[in-house]
Design a protein around this ligand. Structure first.
Ligand SMILES: [Zn+2]
Length: 138
């Protein structure tokens, strides 16, 4: 199995809830969600940091982020959305495969927020993923 958790997910060696994908990137539900509809967008090829990302891969990731963001808006109607990127141990990351977090924001949520690493309700995550997939088709 791939040493990197996200590479193992991309290779289909670990389960994940896929929302959408394109040639460069995969969008999956975060298993430790900060909010309903919290999605991760990761490049299919391993890269530890945004600095090292080939431009076409970064563009593919951003295209997928925008598609999923629009699906989140249609399905969940949040008041806003945080698009977050952080990398490395100094940022508290545990997976060293660069990725973006799409975190729907409600009134009263801080614009920048930290969340506990705690598994979310699995059934709820599946339900929201289904809503997002439907919104992506719509
Ligand atoms: Zn990786």
């Amino acid at each position: 199995m791939a040493e990197c958790v996200f590479c193992a997910i991309v290779a289909g060696q670990l389960p994940s809830t896929v929302v959408a994908e394109n040639a460069q990137a995969l969008a999956i539900m975060d298993i430790n969600p900060a909010a309903d509809g919290h999605v991760l967008v990761l490049p299919k090829a391993h890269s530890t940091d945004l600095f090292d990302l080939p431009p076409e891969v970064g563009a593919g990731m951003m295209r997928l982020c925008l598609q999923v963001a629009q699906a989140i808006r249609r399905a969940l109607q949040p008041e806003g959305l945080n698009l977050l990127h952080a990398s490395g141990r100094a940022a508290g990351q545990e997976v060293f495969h660069t990725h973006f977090h799409l975190v729907p924001r409600r009134q009263g949520d801080g614009v920048l927020r930290w969340w506990e690493m705690r598994p979310g309700d699995a059934a709820r995550i599946q339900q929201v993923a289904q809503q997002l997939r439907a919104a992506l088709e719509g």
